[in-house]
Each structure stands twice: as C-alpha cells, then as structure tokens.
Design a protein around this ligand. Structure first.
Ligand code: ZN
Length: 89
C-alpha cells in the first residue's frame, strides 16, 4: 500500500542513473509530456525501488520515467518527458 506522500525525491535516481550516464542527470531539466512543467529530475517524486523506480511529475503526477535494473541490464523508459536539457561545462 502507498499513501499520497509515500515517495522519495528525484535525487534517489542519482546512483542508478550514474550507472548509465557519465554525467549527473538529476540536474538535467525535463519537460513533462502531460502538463508541460519544466524542472530538474531531482524535483520528481520517486516511488520504489521495487519492482522498479517510477518518477512522477510533481505538477500532475504523471509518470515521467521508469528505471528497472535487472541482473544484466537496465531498462529506462522516458515516455513522460518531452526532452531532457543536460547542462554541460
Ligand atoms: Zn506534469
């Protein structure tokens, strides 16, 4: 059972995403497909970790991304984000 506030913040995704990407993607800004909200990945509401991490928009609660780690692979579903803006030096 999960309650309305039974989630972690988007910084929870730092470790799992760091395994996939060389840069810290929690500072990347994404635009929600559903409501158009722009914001950093760190602001997302993250549920999980089992069966996978599910990050929802703090504006409309729509699923922004899903990340599932299996013993030999990682599955990243970014269907809820229009685009990611990754700041680079
Ligand atoms: Zn949204």
């Amino acid at each position: 059972m999960s309650t309305e506030n039974d989630y972690l913040d988007g910084n929870t995704l730092a470790g799992p995403l760091a395994e996939l990407f060389a840069v810290d993607l929690t500072v990347a800004e994404g635009k929600c497909v559903s409501c158009g909200r722009n914001g950093p990945i760190a602001d997302l509401r993250v549920y999980g970790p089992e069966p996978g991490l599910v990050a929802r928009c703090p504006g409309c609660e729509e699923v922004i991304l899903r990340l599932v780690r299996t013993p030999d692979a990682a599955w990243l579903d970014l269907r809820g984000v229009v685009a990611l803006r990754v700041p680079l030096p």
